[in-house]
Design a protein around this ligand. Structure first.
Ligand SMILES: C[S@@+](CC[C@H](N)C(=O)[O-])C[C@H]1O[C@@H](n2cnc3c(N)ncnc32)[C@H](O)[C@@H]1O
Length: 204
């Protein structure tokens, strides 16, 4: 991970969502982005869902999803980094972009089709805006390819992206495969961050 500046640490320590996450014992402030999206945009989320969480470390999204699943539900997560055990989840430490990562996910799914894919993956920031943008769109495209293979018809895909080169083409590809695509900037997403989320609903 790229080194963070003193200003970043100061802002992090003063951030209301960081404080809330510490108070509530959450692994990351990122959990509030997912909770807002699920509550406001996916109220039909079913407790028996099969969900895949791409880029799941340190595990706050996985914990949130597991808390919404029942015994028939399944959560499979993947990250390059180790993730402390999440009760009720299957977590792989692997690169999603490799065939090892793809095979590992397919094996963990054990033939079950996915109802919802969520991705909070972002590339390691190089500091070069164009390079970072291209890497982000690359991750988005691989996520869409994964969705083509494993997401059920009628399933949903949520992913993080950045506005910039390659975005329009990617957004069009999503629109071809899903009935509806929403752009969402949750309250917990920092205003000065170029990140936002695309929620693609009802795979065709
Ligand atoms: C913002 S963090 C995710 C936070 C997580 N949603 C949570 O709430 O705990 C993004 C994660 O994406 C992971 N990531 C980036 N590229 C990846 C890849 N190719 N394969 C797997 N994980 C990746 C990073 O290691 C990082 O942990």
């Amino acid at each position: 991970m790229a080194h963070k500046s003193t200003a970043w640490y100061q802002r992090h320590a003063n951030d209301a969502h960081v404080k809330k996450a510490q108070r509530e014992g959450k692994r990351s402030r990122a959990v509030y982005k997912l909770a807002e999206i699920l509550d406001q945009h996916l109220p039909q989320f079913a407790p028996q869902s099969v969900v895949v969480d791409l880029g799941c470390a340190p595990g706050s999204w996985s914990e949130e999803i597991v808390s919404r699943l029942n015994a028939q539900g399944l959560l499979v997560g993947i990250d390059l980094l180790p993730v402390e055990h999440v009760q009720g989840a299957t977590i792989l430490q692997c690169d999603f972009t490799t065939s090892e990562g793809q095979d590992g996910l397919a094996k963990a799914l054990n033939g079950r089709v996915i109802d919802l894919i969520v991705s909070d993956m972002a590339p390691e920031m190089s500091g070069n805006k164009l390079v970072d943008q291209m890497r982000m769109i690359g991750l988005n495209e691989l996520t869409l390819h994964f969705s083509d293979q494993h997401l059920r018809v009628g399933g949903h895909l949520l992913l993080k992206t950045f506005m910039g080169d390659g975005f329009d083409g990617f957004r069009r590809s999503l629109g071809e495969r899903f009935k509806r695509v929403k752009s969402i900037k949750p309250a917990a997403s920092r205003k000065d961050s170029s990140e936002f989320f695309l929620l693609a609903l009802d795979k065709k």
